[in-house]
Design a protein around this ligand. Structure first.
Ligand code: TRP
Length: 337
């Protein structure tokens, strides 16, 4: 089970860090992938934008290979059982624990004028999403580790308080490999939604935009060993400056071993032509991104199909949720006949 935030526009980092993992999981496991539209309400100012975001994120995930016939792909708000379980879990949620959660503290800093209770109980809602299907594997990044720990606490408190082991403990999941980190085109950190858009490749970027972003990426005419300053520490990046190392990492994602080797040895020999390398990278990215973009575009415009996907997903999720809720109510003692 995992939740996808409806923030619109997926980028290459989302693809290699998350979506690819979902697509692999669907072959082996019973999967529930949910668009977290209720979670979005904790921060979203303009809720009229939800419709476009939700449709886009669904279309882009399907275009990347997520198959709505193999998994339950649904919107959180279409499964009201989530809210019911959330209510039960609130009785197991300690305010002190929630106040200490780093994501909550971040949000308090970011929106001091809107510290709503939904922000505080964000991890409770997330635990409800997961426990609703009694899920054990949750494909998420490192930033969600705290939320999973909180979910495990509720599992154990529930079992202790009500004397029945209804829920298994959920754990973060990936296929035992280091998830591919996707560096930004400017060499400063990872690709991200909010930061420099010129340094991030979106799955919706057209071919010309992809080429332009890559051709504008800066490279350093490298001289010997380069260093970067990182919080006062000097760190050598495999002998390459960051704004070169990132291009190599990106090329690795979309090119062949041969091509990569050629540029690597050119680099070592000091004869590398960054123009050629960028051209190779741009064409590789265009070839990778354009079919996804075109599929996503077609899906986004096919309203009846998207509606069918959402209805079918909600039906599967609600069937699973109904069983869990019955078990939970029985365990709590909310059954009088
Ligand atoms: N909090 C998650 C994020 O920010 C999204 C999310 C909501 C989620 N519900 C979930 C992730 C349940 C995993 C399981 O990305």
């Amino acid at each position: 089970m995992s939740g996808i935030r409806p923030t619109g526009f997926l980028h290459l980092g989302n693809y290699f860090g998350a979506v690819r993992n979902y697509v692999r999981m669907q072959e082996t496991y019973t999967c529930y992938f949910m668009v977290a539209d209720l979670h979005a309400l904790t921060t979203l100012k303009e809720t009229k934008e939800l419709k476009g975001h939700v449709r886009r994120v669904l279309a882009e995930n399907i275009a990347c290979g997520l198959d709505p016939d193999k998994v339950a792909l649904y919107c959180q708000s279409h499964v009201p059982e989530t809210a019911e379980l959330y209510l039960f879990l609130n009785m197991l949620a300690y305010v002190g624990e929630l106040e200490k959660t780093p994501t909550f503290k971040d949000k308090v800093r970011l929106q001091p004028q809107n510290v709503n209770a939904g922000l505080l109980t964000y991890p409770v809602l997330q635990a409800a999403d997961i426990l609703l299907h009694r899920a054990t594997y949750v494909p998420v990044g490192k930033d969600q580790e705290q939320h999973l720990e909180i979910a495990r606490n509720y599992v154990n408190r529930f079992n202790q308080r009500y004397g029945e082991a209804v829920f298994p403990e959920p754990y973060a999941f990936n296929f035992g490999e280091e998830l591919a980190k996707v560096p930004s085109l400017d060499g400063a950190g990872k690709m991200s939604k909010s930061e420099n858009q010129m340094a991030t490749l979106y799955l919706a970027d057209d071919d010309e935009t992809i080429r332009k972003k890559i051709s504008k990426a800066k490279t350093e005419s490298g001289s010997g060993i380069s260093v970067k300053t990182n919080g006062g520490e000097r760190e050598v990046l495999g002998g390459k400056p960051e704004s070169v190392a990132n291009l190599f990492q990106l090329l690795k994602l979309v090119s062949t071993e041969d091509v990569l080797q050629k540029f690597e040895s050119d680099y070592q020999a000091g004869t590398i032509r960054y123009g050629d390398m960028k051209k190779e990278l741009a064409e590789g990215m265009v070839k990778f991104i354009s079919p996804i973009r075109e599929r996503a575009e077609a899906i986004r415009n096919d309203e009846p199909y998207l509606r069918k996907v959402m209805e079918q997903g909600a039906a599967k999720a609600r069937a699973s949720a109904a069983i869990t809720l019955q078990l939970a109510k029985d365990a709590i003692g909310l059954n009088y006949f």
